[in-house]
Design a protein around this ligand. Structure first.
Ligand code: BG6
Length: 491
């Protein structure tokens, strides 16, 4: 059971709060995981009466909850809710908030969740401190900051300077929702709870690694955020680099927050810097043009509301990286992400090397397929191992079969990443949140690419919405047989 606390959400009327945070909190309620003392203060600019807000939350929950909403749970949940109207640019908003939090009924431990655009993070932390709301006097204060933390190495350093004037590192919860996904955590479990993989998990046996998150959705109504962000900052610098760190890290001393994060940082530090002259051969960007998704015609990125007609913001980004350490030197890690692609899919695909000699090669097959281990994160949550076996029949021919294991059975409840992460904040467990040095090292890796792309503003390759990336992306592959694996099951 969680500790009593007051959770304050800045940006409560915004997309993230409506789509993720409020439903996640409701699911915790329905699972009986919130103590009765927890209060939730939702802050936004829109006017709402207390009753009006509760009605709004009721509606949001009934539209977004996983299962049929149970009235008693929903009543208890709405009863915890308070609405605080205010503009964060107005100091009075913070003054009134501080006064509200001093009222009886609001537990003294406070979580502030900043679910607003990145440009506001520094100012909010500063205002909270100026109004005495970060001062810990027998009770704790924690601040959750969404990604992206900064938009480049320099801006992340500036933001950190600002934040650290008011908050200690152990009060700062930099959230990356990928770390809350069960299958992402399963990367750690598969590696460190089984001995079988470890002897193979290195440059002697692994040919290359692919980490993919492709979406079929477009930028939707988020152009205001996305135009200045792009796929490399939005997805690759954060979510995909975190996944890569989990795949490549050494076993930590323990699963304690700092031990785990020390090992992730070591991976990020070992990534070979991309020289500006090598950006073209190690990085690729593209943008979706008009096309078809699920049989319906959809606009191109440039036609989306709020997008500049000459925008070169990338909606697709791919990188080839190397981890220059004892375990991984010269093994390519290919990372890619894109919106409006042919399939929505998140997976880590590990391609093993070929055996030293091909005894069973049939004359017409140059290279028998290698072994693959696929950790599928979405939509399937599964592990798949592909191996060669003998084809039935008198001839000595081989074929590829797969051992497939779904991670979740019918009776296992689905939970959203935000549920576990919100509980962790309330319980003070920082292991799945990013420490500042992780964020800084991830920016160091992508900064040269961002720099080159920012200077090349006259052209960006496109692909029709609903299709895979342009063939040209193959220039980032450094071996002839490397190509994207699009599907978990290629048959
Ligand atoms: C968010 C990005 O962090 O992750 C979005 O800002 C993206 O652009 C989303 O759509 C993808 O998350 P998931 O969990 O659907 O892979």
């Amino acid at each position: 059971m969680t500790e009593a606390c007051t959770l304050i959400i800045f940006g409560a009327t915004g997309n993230l709060a409506q789509v993720k945070l409020l439903p996640a909190l409701y699911h915790l309620e329905a699972a009986g995981l919130l103590t009765s003392e927890i209060r939730i203060v939702c802050s936004g600019r829109t006017e709402f009466s207390e009753e009006g807000w509760r009605e709004h939350v009721r509606k949001t929950i009934s539209e977004r909850a996983r299962d049929l909403v149970q009235a008693p749970n929903c009543d208890t949940f709405c009863h915890r809710m308070h609405y605080h109207q205010g503009d964060i640019a107005d100091p009075q908003t913070f003054e009134r908030l501080a006064a509200l939090l001093r009222e009886p009924g609001f537990p003294d431990n406070h979580v502030f969740y900043v679910s607003l655009p990145p440009a506001t993070y520094g100012g909010i932390v500063e205002s909270l401190d100026q109004h005495g709301m970060l001062h810990e006097d027998g009770a704790w204060r924690r601040v959750v900051i969404e990604k992206p933390f900064g938009s480049s190495l320099e801006s992340a350093q500036n933001l950190q300077r600002k934040v650290s004037r008011h908050l200690r590192e152990d009060q700062t919860y930099r959230i990356d929702h990928y770390m809350g996904k069960a299958m992402v955590q399963n990367v750690l479990v598969s590696r460190f709870a089984n001995l079988m993989l470890e002897p193979l998990w290195n440059r002697n046996y692994i040919d290359h690694v692919q980490i993919t998150r492709t979406e079929t959705l477009g930028v939707g109504k988020r152009a205001g955020f996305y135009e200045g962000t792009g796929a490399l900052r939005d997805m690759l610098q954060s979510h995909l680099m975190q996944l890569m760190a989990l795949v490549a890290m050494e076993p930590p001393v323990s699963m304690d927050a700092d031990e785990l994060r020390d090992e992730k940082v070591k991976v990020l530090k070992s990534i070979r810097p991309i020289h500006p002259a090598a950006v073209d051969s190690q990085a690729y960007r593209a943008q979706y043009a008009r096309g078809h998704v699920d049989g319906a015609s959809v606009p191109g990125y440039l036609e989306e509301p709020g997008v500049a007609p000459d925008s070169v913001t990338e909606t697709y980004a791919a990188l080839r990286l190397y981890v220059d350490n004892w375990r991984w030197r010269d093994v390519p890690f290919y990372l890619r992400t894109g919106k409006r692609m042919a399939e929505a899919r998140t997976m880590v695909a590990i391609c093993f090397k070929q055996p030293p000699k091909h005894f069973f090669r049939s004359a017409h097959i140059e290279r028998p397929p290698p072994n693959w281990l696929i950790m599928s994160i979405a939509p399937e949550e599964s592990l798949r191992l592909e191996i060669s076996v003998k084809e039935p029949g008198p001839e000595m021919k081989t074929r590829q079969i797969s051992l497939d294991a779904p991670f979740r059975c019918e009776h296992h409840a689905r939970t959203d990443a935000y549920e576990g992460l919100l509980l962790d904040v309330i319980e003070g467990d920082r292991s799945l949140f990013l420490r500042y040095d992780e964020v800084e090292w991830a920016w160091r890796i992508v900064d040269p690419v961002l720099g080159v792309w920012a200077s090349e503003r006259d052209y960006i390759p496109t692909h029709p919405a609903g299709q895979w990336e342009p063939e040209e992306v193959s220039r980032i592959f450094n071996r002839e047989h490397h190509r994207w694996r699009h599907l978990v099951d290629p048959e």
